[in-house]
Design a protein around this ligand. Structure first.
Ligand code: F3S
Length: 290
């Protein structure tokens, strides 16, 4: 019996992250030093690398000292754009087109008189941005009970999702909302704002997790799409380890007859994937020799 390593069908940077990195690269060529509003993507290693190239991450508009500011791929509320314009800086907007779609849906729903409900983590920057595009006429939650227990639930709700959420969990949330809230509502409109890349990646990870003993999920600890992948894999019954880099992988996680699956979040470079596979190959050689 030998240890076996299998890669998920979909890994590495998604098109939204590739696009953001390309825009940032051009901005660095043109301007030298630039500042990003928060991390460009949710991956510490990528952010550190960008810092070496001249892209400094700041948390607030007030911390910007240069003349060029980059809006990250997960977007910002319109009020932040206004503050950037007031400050007179050149704005490079790398908001992912899928996130922009969710922002536009929130804006249109709010303009049509709906209170926007985002199925997502209320503290996540993407979700805070989407609520901002709803003119702050909205709320975010992962628990339908938040709506059930709402003392003054608005009569018209527009439901959409954080782009990187799991589609079956969004469907469950929407079905529960119909089931539990419809008698109190005049209208419930549901818009599908899930990211297709994330959906395919979760499906590929789930298929792999069903056929292996252990899943290694590579991605930033604060990356929502990576945390969702890790959830999907552990719910499928695979022993699941979420790591940011190859150096975190431990020999003790594996037995000599294990099959290991590897999947990654959408902000993981091919180099990090190569390092992870190399580390697993080393462990495989050690275990097979014992
Ligand atoms: Fe965009 Fe989906 Fe990637 S929302 S940044 S394409 S994970």
């Amino acid at each position: 019996m030998t240890i076996d390593i299998k890669m998920a069908d979909e890994t590495g940077f998604c098109f939204g992250v590739k696009r953001a990195l390309k825009l940032l690269e051009h901005a660095l060529e043109a301007h030298g030093q630039i500042e990003t509003l928060g991390p460009l993507v949710h991956n510490q290693q990528v952010v550190e690398n960008l810092e070496h190239l001249g892209a400094r991450a700041v948390q607030e508009v007030s911390e910007i000292i240069g003349s060029v500011a980059v809006v990250p791929s997960h977007g910002v509320p319109p009020a932040v754009f206004e503050r950037l314009v007031d400050r007179g800086v050149t704005v490079i907007d790398t908001t992912c087109p899928n996130v922009r779609k969710a922002q536009n849906a929130a804006k249109q729903l709010s303009a049509a008189g709906f209170c926007v409900v985002v199925f997502g983590d209320p503290t996540h920057p993407e979700v805070r941005g989407i609520i901002g595009w709803a003119g702050n006429n909205g709320m975010a939650t992962l628990d339908v009970q938040t709506l059930v227990q709402h003392p003054a639930l608005p009569p018209r709700l527009g439901l959409l999702s954080q782009t990187t959420r799991n589609s079956s969990q969004f469907v469950d949330f929407a079905l529960s909302a119909v089931d539990l809230l419809l008698p109190r509502l005049a209208e419930l409109r549901i818009i599908n704002t899930l990211c297709d890349v994330t959906k395919k990646r979760q499906a590929a990870a789930l298929a792999l997790a069903h056929s292996v003993d252990t899943m290694i999920v590579v991605g930033g600890r604060n990356s929502a799409n990576t945390r969702c992948l890790a959830n999907v894999c552990s719910q499928a019954g695979a022993k699941t380890h979420h790591v940011e880099t190859a150096s975190e992988i431990e020999d003790s996680w594996f037995c000599s007859a294990d099959t290991i699956g590897v999947t990654t979040g959408t902000s993981i470079s091919d180099n990090v994937i190569k390092e992870v596979v190399l580390k697993l190959e080393e462990i495989k050689i050690q275990l097979n020799a014992n």
